[in-house]
Design a protein around this ligand. Structure first.
Ligand code: SAH
Ligand code: SF4
Ligand code: F3S
Length: 446
C-alpha cells in the first residue's frame, strides 16, 4: 500500500526497451518528486501512458485505453491523465489528443521527459500542460531510474537514429543519433554494480553508431572493452545492431570479451535484396548472409535473433520466398515478425504498390510457423547439455520454479530455492519448447 498522504502514479509502457527504460526514468523522477507507485491503476492519482508509434497497433491500443480511463476520470476529477513518449512527437497524434481527448491533462515528448516534475506541478495546480520539444537540447545526465529489476539493468548508450529506413518512424520521433559520453555510461554502470547489479544491456536504436558524433575517437567495440573491464559486472548485452555497421572489430570484441554474452540481435527486415534497397537498409541479402557466416565462425554457439517485416510495399511472392530462404539458412534462435504498417511521413507509406492485408496475413503466418520450428530445433540442440545461467527470480507462474537465462539469452526454468537468486549456476537441460528450456541444477558457479 502507498504511504498515507503520498500521491501515487501508474505508468503503462507501450513500446520497446528504450521506451521501457524511459518509463523507469520517469518513475525515478516521480518518486524523487514524492509520488509512490500505485498498486492498481484504479487507485492512482496520476496515470501515464508512455506510447509507441512504430506500428499502427500500439497507437490504436492507446486510444482504446484512453476510452477506459475516461470513466476513472469521471469518478475522480482530481486524477491526472498523462500521455508521453513517441506518439506525441507526431503532430497529427498530438493534435488529436489535444482536441479529442480533453481529459488528457499532461502531454510531454521523448526529448523533455526530464521535465516531468515541473510539468506535473503545473498539472496539479489545474493547468492543462502540453510540452513537446521537436529535438533534444543538451544531453541530460543524472536522471534517476526506478528499475524494474535488481540484477540486470538497461543503460542508454545512444539516443535517436540517423538511418531513416524507409518504413520507420523512429528517426522522426526520437531525433538524430546522439551518443552519451563514455564516462557517463561507465560511471552509471559502476554505480549499478555497486548496488548489486550483475548484468547490463546497452541500449540504442543502432549501438554500432556509438561514438561517431563524439569528439573522442571511440567506437562501440572500444566502449564494450571498457564496460567489460568493470570489476563485479558479470554479463554485458546490447541491442540493437544494424547489420551494415557490424564490422570486424566489433565481431572480434564479441568473440574476445569474456563478459559480452554470445547473443546478437541482428535485424534482417527482408531476405530480398530488392526490398532491402527499397527499405534503405544499406545491405543485400548476400552481404547479410556473409556477415552471419563470419559471426558464427568467430563466436561458435552464438545465438542470433532478428526482426522481420512482411508485406513491405512491392513485396512479391518471390521476395517473400527469399525471406523464408534466408530464415532457413541463418536458423535464428528467435525472431520478432511484423506485418508492415504504413507510418505517415515515411517514404514507404507513399509507395504505390502496398500489399493487400490478406496477403500480409498469409505471409506472416507462414513465417511464424517456419520460425517456430527453427526455434524448437535450436532449443533441442541444448538437450542434455550443461549451461551456465544467471538466476533472475521466481518464474512468472510458479514460485517453486526459478527463471534464469543462459548467456545466449535463453530462458531456463528449473526448481530451486530463493537463495539461488542472483547466482550463476549450472543447469542440465532436460526438456524444451520453442520458447523455454527446462532443466535440473547440477552445480553452483558463483
Ligand atoms: N532500431 C532497431 C529497432 C527499431 S523498431 C532496429 O533498427 O533494428 C523495431 C522493429 O520494428 C524494426 O526492426 C522493424 O522490424 C519493425 N518496424 C519498424 N517500422 C515498422 C513498420 N512501419 N511496420 C512494421 N514493422 C516495423
Ligand atoms: Fe528505424 Fe532503421 Fe533506425 Fe532501426 S535503424 S530505428 S529500423 S530507422
Ligand atoms: Fe521504441 Fe516505439 Fe518509440 S519502438 S523508439 S517506443 S516508436
Amino acid at each position: 500500500m502507498a504511504k498515507t498522504g503520498a500521491k501515487t502514479y501508474y505508468i503503462t509502457t507501450m513500446g520497446c526497451q528504450m521506451n521501457e527504460h524511459d518509463s523507469e526514468r520517469i518513475a525515478g523522477l516521480l518518486e524523487a518528486y514524492g509520488y509512490v507507485q500505485a498498486e492498481d491503476i484504479s487507485e492512482a492519482d496520476l496515470i501515464l501512458f508512455n506510447t509507441c508509434c512504430v506500428r499502427e497497433n500500439p497507437e490504436n491500443k492507446l486510444y482504446g485505453r484512453l476510452g477506459e480511463i475516461k470513466r476513472l476520470k469521471e469518478k475522480n476529477p482530481n486524477l491526472i491523465v498523462g500521455v508521453c513518449g513517441c506518439m506525441v512527437q507526431q503532430d497529427v497524434q498530438r493534435e488529436r489528443l489535444e482536441e479529442s481527448y480533453p481529459y488528457v491533462d499532461l502531454i510531454f515528448g521523448t526529448h523533455n521527459l526530464h521535465r516531468v516534475p515541473a510539468l506535473l506541478e503545473r498539472a496539479e495546480a489545474g493547468e492543462r500542460v502540453i510540452e513537446v520539444w521537436d529535438e533534444a537540447q543538451e544531453q541530460v545526465e543524472g536522471v534517476p531510474a526506478k528499475r524494474g529489476h535488481d540484477l540486470k539493468a538497461w543503460v542508454n548508450v545512444t539516443f535517436g537514429c540517423d538511418n531513416f529506413c524507409s518504413y520507420c518512424i523512429v528517426p522522426y520521433v526520437r531525433g538524430r543519433c546522439r551518443s552519451r559520453e563514455k564516462e557517463a555510461v561507465l560511471s552509471e554502470i559502476r554505480d549499478l554494480v555497486a548496488k548489486g547489479y550483475r548484468e547490463v544491456t546497452l541500449l540504442g536504436q543502432n549501438v554500432n553508431a556509438y561514438g561517431k558524433d563524439l569528439d573522442s575517437p571511440l567506437d562501440f567495440a572500444d566502449l564494450l572493452a571498457e564496460v567489460n573491464a568493470i570489476p563485479g559486472l558479470w554479463r554485458v548485452r546490447f541491442t540493437t545492431s544494424h547489420p551494415r555497421d557490424v564490422d570486424d572489430k566489433m565481431i572480434e570484441a564479441l568473440a574476445r570479451l569474456e563478459k559480452v554474452c554470445e547473443h546478437l540481435h541482428l535485424p534482417l527486415q527482408s531476405g530480398s535484396s530488392r526490398i532491402l534497397a527499397r527499405m534503405n537498409r544499406g545491405y543485400t541479402s548476400e552481404q547479410y548472409l556473409k556477415l552471419v557466416e563470419k559471426i558464427k565462425r568467430a563466436v561458435p554457439g552464438i545465438s542470433l535473433t532478428t526482426d522481420i517485416i512482411v508485406g513491405f510495399p512491392g513485396e512479391t511472392d518471390e521476395d517473400f520466398a527469399e525471406t523464408m530462404r534466408v530464415v532457413e539458412e541463418v536458423r535464428y534462435d528467435s525472431a520478432f515478425t511484423f506485418v508492415y504498417s504504413p507510418r505517415v511521413g515515411t517514404p514507404a507509406a507513399k509507395m504505390p504498390d502496398q500489399v493487400p492485408e490478406e496477403v500480409k496475413k498469409e505471409r506472416i503466418m507462414a513465417l511464424v510457423d517456419l520460425q517456430k520450428s527453427i526455434s524448437e530445433d535450436a532449443n533441442r540442440s541444448y538437450l542434455g547439455k550443461e549451461v551456465e545461467v544467471l538466476v533472475e527470480g521466481p518464474s512468472k507462474n510458479n514460485d517453486q520454479v526459478l527463471a534464469s537465462r543462459t548467456r545466449t539469452n535463453k530462458l531456463v526454468h528449473f526448481s530451486g530455492g530463493p537463495e539461488l537468486i542472483g547466482k550463476l549456476v549450472t543447469v542440465k537441460i532436460t526438456e524444451i519448447t520453442p520458447w523455454t528450456l527446462y532443466g535440473e541444477m547440477v552445480g553452483e558457479s558463483k
